[in-house]
Write a protein that binds this ligand. Structure first.
Ligand code: AHG
Ligand code: MN
Ligand code: MN
Ligand code: MN
Length: 343
């Protein structure tokens, strides 16, 4: 058999080959396929923009205390509807839902119940929807604990190390799915004519060193001492203790910022600040930090709260928030050092 050309491996083929190699079972494979199909549907809705009537506020709020956009609600519905019937899931949990949904509640007596739990941020970067800037979907797959017949919120409270798979889809100039099943991080680009995700980067690697950081600088005065010291030294550039000049980027869609970092390196941070301290941080552990940290570690990067490896944080609540530092390994290590030195 001839060697496949670089872009001839579809997501379906990649997953079947991983199944043959014993790294994924048929249920998890089909679950990822269903999530990818839902992402294609969301991509079409996002792409229609104003023509699809999907922009603007839904007029409702979520449990995070945020105003929901129409696309937050629509994307959540698309993911729920697509995944309910597959038979691979015991339940789903979402940034946009107060509590997790056991499959049996969604369609009593109709759909078979599976062994996985799916968690998602259906639409990440909501503030960018109306201004035509990249948004995305983030997801995480866990196993339902043995013997549980009705999955409740508490059954989702597993550390990030327990994830079976994680990924995101970015709806940008091209739609891309970036996935890990614990065997590297791989990028697939949607071929819009064919309707398939095609493998475009096998084994993404984040450079260990970087000169680029991502943070919302408008929060600077609210940060803790370690973050003040860390960013102060980044800004001091080649004349400061870090001895090099840094560039800054902030899209305000985590998916887009993390995608840039997976592609060319950098550090992403959403630290603790006095505005979000009572909640523990801004970003959500289960829907944002854990799946992104799994992807980043699988690409050779590092992910931390500043004080602890992200994937080892013991979850205490479905909507728990955490401070986040992730990306190029040596730069994340540097940020962690500042936390140790200035605490
Ligand atoms: P979401 O749209 O899912 O609520 O997430 C928004 C998050 C994340 O995507 C981004 O990194 C961050 O919020 C941006 O926050 P600021 O607007 O405070 O910069
Ligand atoms: Mn939100
Ligand atoms: Mn988000
Ligand atoms: Mn969201």
């Amino acid at each position: 058999m001839s060697t496949p050309s670089p872009h001839s491996v579809s997501l379906t083929r990649y997953l079947i080959e991983e199944q043959r190699a014993g790294r994924i079972n048929a249920d998890a494979r089909l679950l990822i396929e269903v999530v990818a199909r839902a992402c294609k549907t969301i991509s079409i809705a996002v792409g229609k923009g104003a023509l699809g009537g999907v922009l603007g506020d839904a007029g409702t709020g979520n449990i995070q205390g945020e105003a929901q956009k129409k696309l937050d609600v629509l994307s959540n519905e698309i993911l729920l509807e697509a995944n309910a019937w597959g038979g691979h899931l015991a339940g789903l949990a979402s940034e946009e839902m107060d509590h997790s949904q056991p499959i049996s509640d969604l369609a009593p007596d109709v759909y078979p119940r599976g062994n996985y739990l799916l968690l998602f941020d259906p639409l990440d970067g909501s503030s960018n929807i109306d201004v035509n800037i990249s948004v995305g979907t983030i997801f995480s797959v866990l196993r339902c604990p043995e013997g549980v017949t009705q999955a409740q919120d508490e059954h989702y409270l597993q550390p990030g190390t327990a994830q079976v798979a994680a990924g995101y889809c970015t709806y940008g100039p091209s739609t891309m799915l970036v996935l890990t099943i614990g065997n590297g991080t791989h990028a697939f680009t949607l071929d819009r004519e064919v309707g398939s995700f095609m493998l475009t980067t096998r084994g993404m690697r984040i450079p260990e060193e970087t000169r680029e950081f991502a943070v919302n600088m408008s929060n600077q005065r609210f940060w803790e001492a370690p973050m003040q010291a860390y960013v102060g030294d980044l800004l001091a550039g080649s004349e400061g203790p870090r001895g090099k000049d840094f560039n800054m980027r902030w899209v305000a869609s985590m998916v887009a910022d993390v995608h840039r970092i997976l592609t060319r390196g950098g550090i992403f941070s959403y630290p603790l600040d006095s505005k979000c301290a009572a909640k523990g941080g801004k970003l959500r552990l289960m829907y944002e930090a854990n799946p992104m940290s799994f992807l980043v570690e699988q690409a050779g990067g590092a992910a931390s709260t500043g004080r602890q490896r992200m994937l080892e944080v013991p979850p205490t609540g479905l909507h728990q928030r955490v401070p986040v530092f992730l990306g190029s390994r040596h730069e994340v290590d540097a940020a962690v050092r500042y936390h140790h030195e200035h605490d």
